[in-house]
Unconditional design. Structure first.
Length: 441
């Protein structure tokens, strides 16, 4: 399939990055790269979605990868999988798994799923802060995204999601869910009752936000719905008030520099010095934002907060506020990267230690894969913003009958994505933010 044809097929199917941010995949597929880096790192603890796809649908995922490689004129593909997952999948480092794709064993460290870290680990190339992987000859795509590319080539749009149900649950599992299903109903159907002393997180424990399951819905970017006690280190920082975070940072930092020493992006030369930023007041940042542009290269991985700091400070939360001020002033870091730290290999955080330090090691278990059928929902709410860029524009009306795969909201410009009905049913509500469907099974 030619490049433009593949881009049109992928855009029509509403394929976006399934690994997190949701960047429209048709925009990402472009000429000029020599390597497709397949992100199957399963970065955060307790998530098993990419594992389930490779365990049961490896051939389909690789078909999507080969299509992208061929259309974009690339020379090869690298399938990045953490070492501990290779024997579980029956794979080995360096294995040729398709015409152009070979396996690359990634170290069991966190956050290996960050595309900046992943490109350096697989290709030895440093992407300049603020630049795209394409500038160093790479395109990075998540395993589930490439599975969806293959499905798009078969004529199937993105309206189902593979989701890990994990954390403090009776049984860790991976299920197939219609996009738009209410999270509370999903948990109920999985036999999960959320204890009063726990919270629900969209994603993994380190980077996923705490959500209200009664008002939250499965999106194209949902990798997992996980449950944790409120009092473990992974969660306490998420629940703390911003005002308290700022006061604590200004008054308690001992300037040990450990957060800077362990910053994963800082170790490959990015301009991140959290030990300095936490001592700056937000008033100072507001007055002199140009002094803090390095903050835009922070990935929010949380190593500074969850591993490095001995004072329970959250440099990550401080950086998030600084990035907000920089965005308001339309400022970004424009310099290059420094040399890679020669001690990087000794400062990376092992995955098992990370899970233990943030309080989630106790919830690790082998997942049950429940993938034979798609879960049924009593109502579907399709948000029009499930991706980076402009929200989709609804193109249906109340009373319309829709079928799975039918476009219910159209992409609004190049950086946007179509939204498709995930069930057969009748449209009951339409707004700028969502299309609601009553399923008819």
């Amino acid at each position: 399939m030619q490049l433009n044809e593949l881009k049109q097929v992928v855009a029509a199917a509403g394929v976006v990055g399934a690994g997190g941010a949701g960047f429209p995949t048709a925009v990402k597929i472009a000429a000029g790269a020599d390597t497709l880096v397949i992100n199957a790192a399963e970065c955060e603890p307790l998530l098993h979605t990419d594992y389930a796809i490779m365990k049961t649908q490896l051939a389909t995922m690789l078909a999507g990868a080969e299509a992208v490689i061929e259309a974009a004129g690339m020379q090869r593909g690298v399938l990045g999988i953490k070492k501990h997952n290779l024997p579980r999948l029956g794979l080995y480092d360096g294995q040729q798994v398709s015409a152009h794709v070979r396996v690359h064993a990634l170290p069991d460290v966190y956050p290996m799923g960050d595309e900046i870290i992943l490109v350096y680990e697989t290709l030895g190339r440093v992407i300049a802060p603020g630049a795209l992987p394409l500038t160093v000859g790479a395109i990075v795509s998540n395993a589930e995204t490439l599975y969806n590319v293959a499905r798009a080539m078969e004529g199937t749009a993105v309206y189902e999601k593979w989701v890990t149900i994990g954390g403090k649950v009776p049984q860790t599992m991976v299920v197939k869910v219609p996009v738009g299903m209410r999270v509370s109903e999903l948990l109920e159907k999985c036999g999960v009752v959320v204890p009063a002393d726990c919270v629900v997180v969209d994603g993994g424990p380190a980077m996923g936000p705490v959500i209200d399951p009664s008002t939250s819905f499965v999106k194209k970017t949902t990798k997992g719905i996980t449950i944790y006690p409120r009092d473990i280190p992974a969660i306490t920082g998420k629940l703390a008030q911003t005002r308290v975070i700022n006061i604590h940072a200004l008054s308690n930092c001992c300037q040990c520099t450990r957060c800077t020493d362990l910053c994963p992006r800082g170790l490959i030369g990015y301009p991140l010095q959290p030990h300095k930023v936490v001592r700056a007041s937000m008033d100072m940042v507001e007055e002199m934002p140009h002094l803090f542009t390095g903050a835009t290269s922070c990935s929010g991985c949380g190593v500074c907060e969850l591993v490095a700091c001995c004072q329970e400070i959250s440099p990550r939360r401080v950086y998030a506020q600084v990035k907000g001020i920089l965005a308001k002033n339309k400022l970004r870091y424009s310099g290059g990267a420094a040399p890679v730290d020669p001690d990087r290999d000794y400062r990376m955080v092992p995955s098992d230690r990370f899970a233990r330090m943030i309080g989630v090691e106790q919830f690790e278990s082998e997942p049950v894969l429940k993938l034979n059928s798609v879960m049924k929902a009593s109502e579907i709410t399709l948000l029009t913003r499930q991706h980076v860029g402009a929200p989709a524009v609804p193109c249906v009306q109340v009373g319309d009958v829709v079928e799975p795969g039918m476009v219910v909201a159209q992409a609004n410009g190049m950086i946007s994505a179509n939204i498709h009905a995930s069930v057969h049913g009748r449209v009951t509500a339409v707004s700028d933010s969502a299309v609601v469907i009553a399923p008819q099974y």
